[in-house]
Design a protein around this ligand. Structure first.
Ligand SMILES: Nc1ncnc2c1ncn2[C@@H]1O[C@H](COP(=O)(O)OP(=O)(O)OP(=O)(O)O)[C@@H](O)[C@H]1O
Ligand SMILES: [Mg+2]
Length: 339
């Protein structure tokens, strides 16, 4: 096991700066999720760590060791990709054993590690099957198993769940988490899905166009986003964002006010809450809650309200936001303004 450190790491492809001065320290045993929209440099950062891509500048360390010039095989990390590419003619056992045989691991050691991995992944009864006799989720577990048997210093995972359907994703997500908690192996996990990031990460690092925007716990990113980008990226549905003047009792000119749909309250606005007037356009009934689409002038807003709230469409009403749930941003720099 080991820490992983990026120090001012940059990767340039011709004119594209894929990763721009990335500085990030991942603790021993930590589950760090790298998240951001398509093309923001997540895979490139991970591939540099794995040694599959050279860095243009900066240093990458695994433990105390600078690995920039180490071959991938010498870095002692195991990568799990989106496409799991199992050997179709080999059994699960042989797929798991393959990498170990390649480095001439003794037979009983292979047997011990493969059996352990199969047990951890709850695949013992599948060990004699071939990949085509497995479901997508089971195949992805074999791919994870191949990473586990190597007993690496770190797991590097690049969107390992994106080939699975929704239900299987949720299950496999939980399995990966449990596995990582049991094995306590430092893990860097790449996804573009903020829900996956929020539910899995000890910490989350949000990237945009090659630049790290913020790194913190899911709670820190949700409650104290550092800028408009992180505020809108984390949380679903996304945070409402309006000129501060729109919300009575919010910020000043030159500021933007942000508030999450789940923090909007019907009525209120007396005492210690900011408020605004808006007309209900559409109501989406979600069973336990209702998603209420609001309009006020040019502004479109969302509120997530209890189903008991009466919100007839076409009617203008007052909505409020508890003061401590209100975020203010500088309209020009888009950085958070802290009280
Ligand atoms: N081999 C390459 N040659 C040239 N440009 C590249 C290469 N690999 C990546 N890029 C560019 O670098 C940027 C970052 O790509 P990267 O694959 O790291 O993004 P990503 O965050 O993983 O995106 P996605 O969520 O779509 O997988 C993109 O603009 C991409 O086009
Ligand atoms: Mg990618």
């Amino acid at each position: 096991m080991a820490t992983v450190t990026f120090e001012n790491v940059t990767k340039r492809f011709d004119d594209t700066v894929a990763v721009d001065e990335l500085t990030l320290e991942i603790s021993d045993g930590e589950f760090l999720v790298l998240v951001g929209p398509s093309g923001c440099g997540k895979s490139t950062a991970l591939r540099m760590l794995a040694g599959l891509e050279e860095t243009t500048s900066g240093r990458i360390l695994i433990g105390d060791r600078v690995v920039n010039n180490l071959a991938p095989g010498a870095r002692d990390v195991a990568m799990v990709f989106q496409s799991y590419a199992l050997y179709p003619h080999m059994t699960v056992y042989d797929n798991l054993a393959f990498g170990l045989r390649n480095v001439r691991t003794p037979k009983d050691e292979i047997n011990r590690r493969v059996s352990k991995a199969a047990e951890v992944l709850d695949m013992t009864e599948l060990i004699k099957r071939k990949p085509k006799q497995l479901s997508g989720g089971q195949r992805q577990r074999v791919a994870l198993g191949r990473a586990i048997v190597r007993q690496p210093k770190a797991f590097l995972m690049d969107e390992p769940l994106s080939n699975l359907d929704a239900a299987l994703r949720v299950n496999t997500r939980a399995e990966i988490l449990k596995l990582q908690r049991d094995l306590k192996v430092t893990t860097v996990y790449v996804t573009h899905d903020q829900v996956e990031a929020m539910t899995m990460g000890d910490r989350i690092a949000v990237m945009k166009q090659g630049v790290l925007q913020q790194a913190g716990t899911p709670e820190q990113l949700y409650t104290k986003p550092t800028n408009v980008f992180v505020a809108r990226f984390i949380g679903s549905p996304a945070m409402n964002l309006v000129p501060a003047g729109f919300v009575k009792g919010a910020g000043t000119g030159g500021q933007l006010a942000g508030f999450r749909p789940e923090h909007v309250v019907l009525g209120g606005g007396n005492g210690d809450a900011a408020y605004f007037q808006a007309t209900v356009e559409v109501v989406e009934y979600l069973g336990d809650e209702q998603l209420v689409h609001l309009a006020a002038g040019d502004e479109k807003l969302l509120a997530k309200l209890p189903v008991e709230d009466r919100v007839p469409t076409g009617v203008e009403q007052r909505f409020s936001i508890p003061r401590d749930k209100l975020h203010l941003f500088d309209a020009e720099t888009e950085l958070a303004v802290r009280a």
